[in-house]
Design a protein around this ligand. Structure first.
Ligand code: ATR
Length: 287
C-alpha cells in the first residue's frame, strides 16, 4: 500500500468504540490502492458521549462516508438524514454516505451475508435458514433474507422473548415465514431437514473462548446441510470444525465481513469493489 494523502483525498472511515481491532482499514485501503482511487480509510474511536458530535464532524469535515460499528449501529438512526429501505427495515445502520452534508444510512450486513451465500453457490430462495441468536446480527440477516425471499426462517435464541420479537418483525415482511423453537440442540435437530442453512449469529466460539459452540455434539451435524458461522476470530470455530468433519458445506465468517465491506466500498466510490484483493488482505490479517 502506497498512497500519498493530498488535498484532494476523500476520507472515509469507521466510527465505533472500540475500533482498534477493526480489519476494515486494511481491507479498504488496499482496495483503494489497487484501483488507484484517491481515498483513505481511517479508524475513528468515538467515546460513548461523543456520538452526536462525531456525526456532526462527518458533515463539518466533509468526510465522504463511514462504517458504523458497535455500539452505535442503532443509536445513530435519529442523527442522520435519510435511510435506505433495508436500513429502515433492519433498524440499524452500518454504512453512511455523505452527499454535501446530507447523511444517508445504509445497512450492508444482511447484503454481505446474502452475497457470501451466493459466492458459495447457495441460493437462499430454495432453503430454510435456521438462525441461532436473535441479536443485531440475526436481525440484519433475518430481515434481509425475508426481503429477498427465503424458503423459511427458524429462530432459536437463549432469550425466547427476543426471538419472539424478531419473529414478529420478520413476519410483518413475509407473513408466516418465521417461527421460533426452543434453544437446545434436540429442538434444532428435530426440525433440521436436508438442504437447511444453519447459521450461528451469536458470539459463541469467539476468541478467547474458542471452546464454546452453540452446538456441542459432533453427531448433531448431517452432511446435507449448509453451515455458516459469522464469527471470524478464529475462522475455524468449534462449530464449523464439527460441521466440516461431518461433511457439511461450510461458510466462514470473514466472507460476510468481506461482502459487507465490498458493498460499503461501492456506496462510497460508485466503483465495483475488487473483492479478490479485499479477500486476500482480510485473510492475511486474520492469520
Ligand atoms: P450482535 O449485534 O453481534 O448480534 P447482540 O445484539 O448482543 O450482538 O446479540 C448477541 C446474540 O448472541 C443474542 O441473541 C444473545 O442471546 P440473548 O438474546 O439471549 O442475550 C446471544 N448470546 C450471547 N452470548 C450467549 C451465550 N453465552 N449463550 C447463548 N446465546 C448467547
Amino acid at each position: 500500500m502506497n498512497h500519498n494523502i493530498m488535498g484532494t483525498t476523500k476520507v472515509v472511515g469507521i466510527i465505533g468504540w472500540p475500533v482498534e481491532h477493526s480489519l476494515s482499514p486494511v481491507m479498504h485501503n488496499n482496495a483503494f490502492s489497487y484501483l488507484g482511487l484517491d481515498y483513505c480509510y481511517v479508524p475513528f474511536p468515538v467515546k460513548p458521549d461523543y456520538l452526536h458530535q462525531a456525526v456532526n464532524g462527518i458533515r463539518a469535515l466533509s468526510i465522504k462516508g463511514v462504517n458504523v460499528t458497535v455500539p452505535y449501529k442503532e443509536r445513530i438512526l435519529p442523527l442522520i438524514d435519510e435511510l435506505s429501505n433495508e436500513a429502515a427495515q433492519i433498524g440499524a445502520v452500518n454504512t453512511i454516505l455523505n452527499e454535501n452534508g446530507r447523511l444517508k444510512g445504509y445497512n450492508t450486513d444482511g447484503l454481505g451475508f446474502y452475497k457470501a451465500l451466493k459466492a458459495a453457490g447457495i441460493n437462499p430462495k430454495d432453503r430454510r435458514a435456521i438462525l441461532i441468536g436473535a441479536g443485531g446480527a440475526a436481525r440484519a440477516i433475518g430481515i434481509y433474507l425475508a426481503l429477498k425471499g427465503v424458503g423459511g426462517i427458524i429462530l432459536t435464541n437463549r432469550s425466547q422473548e427476543k426471538a419472539g420479537y424478531l419473529k414478529n418483525e420478520i413476519n410483518k415482511i413475509s407473513p408466516g415465514i418465521c417461527e421460533v423453537i426452543p434453544f437446545n440442540e434436540n429442538s434444532i435437530k428435530k426440525v433440521l431437514q436436508k438442504g437447511d442453512l444453519l447459521v450461528n449469529t451469536t458470539p459463541l466460539g469467539m476468541s478467547p473462548k474458542i471452546e464454546d459452540s452453540p452446538i456441542k455434539s459432533a453427531d448433531f451435524f448431517r452432511e446435507d446441510i449448509v453451515v455458516f458461522d459469522i464469527v471470524y476470530n478464529p475462522l475455524e470455530t468449534m462449530f464449523l470444525k464439527m460441521a466440516k468433519q461431518a461433511g457439511c458445506c461450510v461458510i466462514y465468517g470473514d466472507e460476510m465481513l468481506l461482502y459487507q465491506g465490498a458493498a460499503a466500498f461501492e456506496i462510497w466510490t460508485g466503483k465495483e469493489a475488487p473483492v479478490e484483493i479485499m479477500r486476500k488482505f482480510l485473510k492475511s490479517n486474520l492469520g
